[in-house]
Design a protein. Structure first.
Length: 249
């Protein structure tokens, strides 16, 4: 069992940009959201520059690099275009995610095991540039082993299946997913990987994941931006932080 280490909260601001882009123009501004998230206790800001630029834009990434006082976790697909952008900015962290044009959100983890050679070559220059490279994967042993072999320092475990089972009232399935997340966090930690987790987390689902001792960071976006409509962004983030901290005790 790992000693209890502090748990960071990365706030994903993609969907502030989604609302902005629904009308074009500049409002609401994801950079303003990022600064409020910092005030509210976010330890980092996460933004996913998609190939189709459906939410975050290149200008948003330029702006985030300029204004943030906390680290930027730059999410991207493993493409040449994105690698060039990451190498230009050298953000604190780069999280490699799978991306399909037709999906509404990042549906599954990256298939590292079947693409090891290419991914090893892909992440090497990012690591050389000083970025902490994280790989977004399902909580599966073979993906974790492959992420370790290609030289990633961090893995982010996809919590989508756990959250969906909860939302659908499939509590046995949810609990089985949680056991899997615990076991695979432990396994990854034993290999020397830093473990992050995220996708679909809400006030109702975050506590058991926050309580996993080996998990060092949660990345949360859609629910927080939705809750901000009702509570305001700062209180919405503070509430998440409180639940995480309570669960961690
Ligand atoms: N982590 C990763 C790697 C993601 O791609 C995303 C967004 O798809 C998140 C965390 C945050 O997920 P959500 O917006 O559902 O909280």
């Amino acid at each position: 069992m790992a000693e209890l280490i502090p748990l960071r909260l990365g706030v994903n601001i993609d969907h502030v940009a989604t609302v902005r882009n629904a009308r074009g123009g500049a409002y609401p501004d994801p950079l303003r959201a990022a600064k409020i998230a910092e005030e509210a206790g976010a330890d980092g800001i996460t933004a996913h520059l998609r190939e189709d630029r459906r939410h975050i834009s290149d200008a948003d990434i330029d702006g985030l690099m300029d204004v943030l006082s906390v680290p930027l976790n730059f999410e991207m697909a493993a493409t040449d275009e994105m690698q060039k952008i990451a190498l230009r900015h050298k953000p604190h962290a780069v999280c490699i995610v799978p991306e399909k044009r037709e999906e509404r959100t990042t549906e599954g983890g990256l298939e590292v095991a079947r693409d090891e050679n290419r991914l090893a070559h892909f992440i090497a220059p990012l690591r050389d540039a000083g970025c902490r490279v994280s790989i977004f994967i399902a909580a599966e042993m073979r993906q974790i082993e492959a992420a370790n072999r290609i030289g990633a320092e961090v893995i982010e475990l996809h919590t989508g299946a756990y959250c969906e089972a909860h939302a659908d009232g499939l509590f046995e399935e949810r609990d089985a997913e949680l056991v899997r997340l615990c076991e695979m966090s432990n396994f990854a930690h034993s290999l020397g990987l830093e473990v992050h987790a995220g996708h679909g987390l809400t006030y109702d689902t975050v506590a058991p994941v926050a309580a996993i001792a080996e998990v060092r960071e949660l990345n949360i976006g859609h629910f927080l931006i939705g809750e901000a409509i009702f509570l305001g962004l700062e209180p919405a983030i503070r509430e998440m932080r409180t639940i995480m901290d309570e669960a961690r005790k």
